[in-house]
Design a protein around this ligand. Structure first.
Ligand code: PLP
Length: 705
């Protein structure tokens, strides 16, 4: 830890306020320790939000607390680390991204940065948040652009009969980290976009994420019509009319705000198609300069890159001609286009203007380069979009791939952080790009079996205590009898976790396909199994909600009670407990629908292992020794045949490989083969499937022209 600089009380208190306003603290456990220590109860109540907590502690108390010399020393060390981080000049980016003429402008409809910043719904947002943090760590100049969803994504409650209820909680503006972007006179900087016949004003709220900045656009202003004030109420809220308004604000509004602030991006990166209208704004700028349309389009494409995430045609955002005509009718001249030209630009069928307008299509047509998010997804995307391009073979379609990663430091249990700091030295988090470092890190001479096994026990225990607490709380709402939840799950038992959005293609109930057989695995007295589920279904996805309800029914089955658990309100906090507590992370999507998936990447550093369909990232990562595969490469055409087969493969791998290996112990009670596999998972996955590697790939292959 850095030495105290001998800061005054005033400097320490001022420093704490400054620290709480930069989300850097979300991936530095030593900073979280400080805030938690200030008030452990408020910290929990505040959903681990530093600015929320700071709003409730008086200046008088803060000053007095600095009289505790040990605490003051810790505060001082964290502030020194933070200031050093912010001032660092010799970054990876300074050496490797010098060629960038300006910052990267990264547009995403959601960002998952922390459980207390509720502007994300799932994997796409988490990816954007992790990208932002790695850009900061690497020193790649970065602006994220998204919307300020004042009620965010919903909080999930499960009713007594197992049905998902959605609750929206408005953010408290005084207790969050963002600050309104102002003009030269200190007034909120306002921009506007046209939607149909209305002009909609908006401001931007700035979030500091280490050295990165995220701008959150907000239309909730008194001068706007009511319906436009609500555009930014919910993540993916409302019908097509709300969605198109959100997407105009994000794409067109985002470019305008950057211009108004004087930010000059070197590249515009669209994370999924939601922001693709930004290409129209860039086109308008070119046309206004007098550039002929064809040339203007080429100039726009030269500045844009596009990442697609959806492996099925039906998953793409589409708008019909009427809605497009209403929304864009008043500004077609500015693009030098007719409505037919515009519709053709977003049409899947070689420019046929009578097809719906597809955001992915315009994004592909108006970008200099595009990519899928895993090798397999790159291939699937090339096949899917072949008709759009004037090429004959799939291999020639100009869509590459960059496999997704995770920001490792954000996905550590604090115990994991303490473990590796002790084993590898305080700067171990600076080696995510070095496979050799991780080969050495898992050397048994350095980390003996019993210590890795102790870490697993600690993390499994943490998850179990968290689950008991949450279940007790949840069941207290329904009335009596919550006490039985204080003894669910067994700390000695092999613990499988399954947590993600409850989209039906992810097949949460698959493990229960052959019910009697799986019952015997859960109830084997010598080698039992337990499983924890969590996940939200989209508010309009009743099929997904029925999946949740089925899981809830299994949790109540007399032979499964206490062994099958469903935790409410999956968010980044619940995720952190699950990804660190899981011995096995189960993922069984219908192939190839998991474009990449990232949750399985979060577990390796914590000593967990994947058991997954060979889909998305896992198809590239699995080498026979670092986890398990459910079935092989390839899948039958018929999805129902696939379901039956995969259920069979899953049962086989669990009963023949996973369970025996976990319970095969030596005289000291250690599972040698299991721990050997853990070492392989850490060494092969950590340095590869992280966002430092991913951002470095984007810089080299996509951001630098
Ligand atoms: C990592 C994460 C996801 C993404 O999970 P996938 O299994 O990759 O779909 C979704 N939600 C939360 C809260 C996460 O932490």
């Amino acid at each position: 830890m850095a030495q105290s600089k001998g800061l005054t009380t005033h400097q320490l208190v001022e420093g704490l306020h400054r620290l709480s306003k930069n989300l850097w603290w979300t991936w530095h456990p030593e900073a979280q320790y400080i805030f938690r220590e200030l008030s452990p109860r408020l910290w929990e109540k505040a959903n681990h939000s530093a600015p929320w907590l700071m709003a409730d502690i008086s200046e008088q108390e803060l000053k007095a607390r600095m009289g505790d010399k040990d605490f003051a020393r810790r505060v001082s060390a964290v502030l020194t680390a933070f200031d050093d981080y912010m001032d660092e000049k010799k970054t990876w980016g300074a050496a490797k991204a010098k060629g960038l003429k300006g910052p990267v402008a990264y547009f995403s409809a959601e960002f998952g940065l922390h459980e207390s910043v509720k502007i994300y719904s799932g994997g796409l947002g988490i990816l954007a948040g992790d990208h932002t943090k790695s850009a900061s760590d690497l020193g790649v100049p970065f602006y994220g652009i998204s919307l300020f969803y004042r009620e965010g994504y919903f909080e999930q409650r499960i009713s007594a009969d197992g049905w998902q209820q959605e609750q929206y909680v408005p953010v408290d503006l005084k207790r969050q980290a963002s600050e309104v972007v102002t003009d030269r006179n200190g007034n909120p900087l306002k921009c506007e976009v046209r939607i149909g016949f209305s002009v909609v004003k908006f401001i931007a709220r700035r979030l500091a994420v280490g050295r990165s900045t995220i701008l959150l656009l907000d239309t909730n202003l008194p001068e706007n019509e009511e319906r436009y004030r609500d555009i930014t109420a919910h993540v993916y809220g409302g019908d097509a009319t709300t969605r198109i308004a959100q997407e105009i604000l994000l794409g067109i509004g985002g470019v305008r705000m950057l211009r108004a602030m004087g930010v000059k991006p070197s590249v515009f990166h669209m994370n999924e198609g939601h922001s693709a209208f930004l290409t129209l704004e860039l086109l308008r700028e070119e046309v206004a300069k007098g550039t002929p349309r064809t040339k203007a389009m080429a100039k726009v494409a030269a500045q844009c890159i596009f990442t697609t995430h959806t492996p099925v045609p039906a998953g793409h955002d589409r708008f019909n001609r009427d809605l497009m005509t209403f929304t864009f009718g008043q500004k077609l001249d500015a693009y030098g286009m007719t409505i037919d030209d515009l519709m053709a630009l977003g049409s899947e069928h070689a420019g046929d203007p009578n097809q719906p307008f597809t955001m992915t299509v315009i994004a592909l047509r108006m970008s200099r380069a595009a990519n899928g998010v895993s090798e397999l997804h790159g291939h699937v995307s090339r096949e899917m979009w072949l008709p759009l391009f004037p090429v004959k073979s799939v291999e020639k379609v100009p869509i590459g791939h960059v496999t997704n990663g995770i920001h490792v430091s954000s996905w550590l249990h604090e115990k994991t952080h303490a473990f590796w700091s002790e084993k590898l030295g305080a700067d171990w988090r600076e080696h995510y790009l070095e496979p050799k470092f991780w080969e050495k890190a898992v050397d048994p001479k350095r980390v003996p079996d019993e210590e890795l096994w102790a870490l697993r026990y600690t993390l499994r225990r943490k998850l179990i205590e968290f689950a008991r607490f949450r279940l007790h709380e949840q069941h207290s709402r329904y009335g009596n009898g919550a006490g039985v939840y204080d003894t669910v799950l067994n700390p000695d038992t092999l613990t499988v976790c399954f947590a993600r959005r409850f989209a039906t293609y992810k097949r949460a109930p698959l493990i229960f396909t052959h019910f009697e057989r799986i019952l015997s695995l859960f109830n084997d007295p010598a080698r039992p199994l337990q499983i924890v589920f969590a996940g939200k279904a989209h508010p309009r996805d009743d099929e997904g909600k029925r999946f949740i309800q089925r899981i809830i029914e299994f949790t109540k089955h007399p032979n499964l009670f206490g062994k099958v658990i469903f935790l409410e309100n999956y968010d980044m906090n619940v995720a952190r407990y699950l990804i660190s507590g899981a011995d096995v992370w189960l993922n069984n999507p219908r192939r190839p629908l998991e474009a990449s998936g990232t949750s399985g990447q979060k577990i390796a550093i914590n000593g967990g292992m994947n058991c997954s369909i060979m889909d998305g990232w896992w198809r590239e990562a699995y080498d026979g020794s670092n986890g398990w595969s459910i079935g092989g490469d390839g899948q039958p055409e018929d999805p129902h045949v696939q379901d039956v087969q995969d259920a069979e493969f899953l049962f086989k791998v669990l009963s023949e490989q996973v369970i025996p290996e976990f319970y095969d112990r030596d005289a000291k009670g250690l599972p040698h083969r299991w721990i050997k596999r853990m070492r392989r998972a850490i060494a092969t996955l950590v340095p590869q499937f992280n966002t430092h590697r991913m951002v470095a790939d984007y810089v080299r292959q996509y951001y630098l022209p």
